[in-house]
Every structure is written in structure tokens, then in C-alpha cells.
Design a protein around this ligand. Structure first.
Ligand code: NDP
Ligand code: OXD
Length: 307
């Protein structure tokens, strides 16, 4: 049985080297060099090509190379009998927490102001008095790691999840009322939800109208969570006052998109937390071995629920 890596927009050779280093016995193929497709049991995928999975009659499991499974979950070419998993290890979650802490703390501490002060040879000591309230939409692997990092800094924390369950350091919310409440109380509202039918377009005018004036929206989930025109309208009335966006409906973000030049939008190019080759190789080997042993892949998702 073979493992196929199918990541058309990423060079997979480094990942393949790390996988083979960990387990030289694995029969590893890199798309589009698939060999005998009836031998492929497991696919490691990131934005895989259309109709790929129809060519694999003995496929047992597909694993996302990252945390999100939205590019896999609705694929008609993945039969219902095939398990879908994901690789979301502790380094991926730690790097997400580091990104969010950098963005929130940098803004809260007014770093951009000091850059301007330095340009103008201005000595202007200043520090914020009280810690901000951070609201985390999504309290899964990414949300929990990020909450732990903010908790260390003594920030006030709110979380939002389907079940309403979350760590003790976080005041949890759920449902429509909970969503409105977390928007109302957060100085920084961070979207860390998976993209599903229940979350698509969740960052919309109704939510923005509940946000504090001058607050900050951070979207690291998926571009389809955000209703773009609603954000542009909301920024005019400073609810939120600014947005930090890492993910977009179309990636790369087209050069003529209004977000690029908006004074209240900060863009990062979908790199809040990038899958690390060494961690991915380690988890991929473990997941593959599990599937060969008749078990579910790592990070198995509920296809009905969508995450
Ligand atoms: P998890 O699957 O571990 O957690 C999902 C969380 O979202 C859970 O807390 C879940 O609630 C909650 N949730 C799901 N649906 C709803 C809903 N309808 N209403 C309220 N809460 C809901 O995901 P991860 O934390 O691992 O990752 C989240 C997302 O982050 C990924 O799907 C990906 O899109 C994005 N991501 C982005 C990266 C980047 O670089 N920009 C890097 C990594 C991830 P419950 O706990 O009740 O199940
Ligand atoms: C992921 C991502 O889902 O990079 O891992 O967005």
C-alpha cells in the first residue's frame, strides 16, 4: 500500500524526504507521479486537484496537510467510506498563538506609534493601563493554545464554541446570544472557527454592529467567514476600528482588491501558522501507520459536522 502526497501549490519534496527519513519502508508517491493508483491507500492533501480521489479505488483515508479540512469535506470524489483526518500538531497551534499574541500585543502596546515617534525623533513614553479583553471564536486546538498564551499575560478572555465548553481561564459563550455577547465585550475579536455551513459568513454586519467602537477584528480562520463589503462598511463607523486579516476568499489576494490599500486593514498572506515540514512528517507517518493498522487517521473529522 502506498502514501500519496498531493499538494499542487506546494513543493512536496522536502516533506517527502522527512517522511522517508522517518520510515524508509513507506511506498511514497508525489502527485502527479502516482504510479499504480490501485496501490494508494492514504493521501496527504493540500488543495488537491479536482477528481483526484476518483482515480484511487483502494483509498482508505485522506489527511489535510494542515488544520483546516474545508477543502476536503465537501468533495464529491471522496467516497463516504473514506475517513478524513488532519495534521494539527502542537507546533502549529503554538505558532498560531505566537502570531495572535504578536498582533494583539503589538497593537495594544502601540508599537506603530513608536515607529512614527522614532521617525520624528520624539520621546513619548506611554503604556496601556489595563489588559484588553480578547474574544476567541473557536475553542479547538488553535483556540485553546492561544487562550493559554493570552492567559499567561493576564488578559481577560472570552471564548465561543458550539458546545460552550472551554478552559477554566476563559469565559465561554455559545449560540446566537453568546456570539453577540462576545462581540460586545471584546477589544480584540479573533476568528479561529473552521469553515462549515454553520460558520460561513459569520463575520458579517450583524456581528460588527455589536462590536465595541475602536475594537479590532482578527480573521485567521478562512476568507469565506468574512462578508467583505460588510467589513468595509463597518470600518467606516469604527465597529470594528481596524481589521487584521490573514485569510481571504481568493488567495493570493488580487492586486486590485480594496483591502490592500485600506488604512485600517493589516494584511498577512495566510501565514499566521504554516504547517512545519518536520512536524507534518512526524504526524503523517503516525497517521499512515494508524490507517494501515485499521485505525482512524489522526485528527479524524466528523464529516456530517464539517470539522
Ligand atoms: P478545531 O476543529 O480543533 O476546533 C474548532 C472549534 O470551533 C471548536 O471549539 C468548535 O466547537 C468550534 N465550532 C465549530 N463550529 C462552530 C459553530 N457553528 N459555532 C460555534 N463554534 C463552532 O479547529 P482548530 O482550532 O484546529 O482550527 C480552526 C481553524 O483555524 C481551521 O479550520 C483553519 O481554518 C484555521 N487555521 C488557520 C491557519 C492560518 O494560518 N491562518 C492555521 C491553522 C488553522 P466545539 O468545541 O463545541 O466542538
Ligand atoms: C491550516 C492553514 O488550516 O494553514 O492549517 O490554514
Amino acid at each position: 500500500m502506498a502514501l500519496l502526497i498531493a499538494t499542487p501549490d506546494r513543493d512536496a519534496h522536502e516533506l517527502a524526504r522527512h517522511i522517508q527519513y522517518r520510515d524508509p519502508e513507506i511506498d511514497l508517491r508525489i502527485w502527479p507521479e502516482m504510479g499504480d493508483t490501485s496501490e494508494i491507500a492514504f493521501v496527504l492533501a493540500w488543495k488537491p486537484p479536482d477528481e483526484l480521489f476518483r482515480q484511487l479505488p483502494n483509498l482508505q483515508a485522506v489527511s489535510s496537510l494542515g488544520a483546516g479540512v474545508d477543502a476536503l469535506i465537501d468533495r464529491a470524489d471522496i467516497p463516504a467510506r473514506v475517513d478524513i483526518g488532519r495534521l494539527a500538531g502542537p507546533r502549529l497551534a503554538a505558532n498560531m498563538a505566537a502570531y495572535l499574541v504578536a498582533m494583539v500585543v503589538g497593537d495594544w502596546k502601540g508599537l506603530a506609534g513608536f515607529v512614527e515617534d522614532q521617525k520624528n525623533l520624539r520621546w513619548n513614553p506611554w503604556a496601556p493601563e489595563s489588559p484588553p479583553a480578547v474574544g476567541l471564536l473557536g475553542m479547538g486546538q488553535m483556540g485553546q493554545h492561544s487562550a493559554a498564551a493570552f492567559a499567561e499575560l493576564g488578559f481577560r478572555l472570552h471564548g465561543f464554541s458550539r458546545s460552550g465548553k472551554g478552559p477554566a481561564s476563559v469565559e465561554m459563550h455559545s449560540g446566537q446570544k453568546g456570539l453577540a455577547e462576545i462581540a460586545r465585550v471584546s477589544d480584540y475579536l479573533v476568528n479561529l472557527l473552521p469553515l462549515t455551513d454553520g460558520t460561513r459568513g459569520i463575520l458579517d454586519r450583524a456581528l460588527f454592529s455589536k462590536m465595541k467602537q475602536g475594537s479590532t477584528l482578527i480573521n485567521v480562520g478562512r476568507g469565506e467567514h468574512l462578508v467583505e463589503q460588510d467589513l468595509l462598511d463597518a470600518l467606516k463607523v469604527e465597529r470594528p476600528g481596524c481589521a487584521m486579516l490573514d485569510v481571504f476568499r481568493q488567495e493570493p489576494l488580487p492586486g486590485d482588491h480594496p483591502f490592500w490599500t485600506h488604512p485600517d486593514i493589516l494584511i498577512t498572506p495566510h501565514c499566521a501558522s504554516i504547517t512545519l515540514t518536520v512536524e507534518a512528517a512526524e504526524l503523517a507517518v503516525e497517521s499512515y501507520r494508524r490507517v494501515l493498522a485499521g485505525k482512524t487517521p489522526l485528527g479524524m473529522v466528523d464529516r456530517e459536522r464539517g470539522y
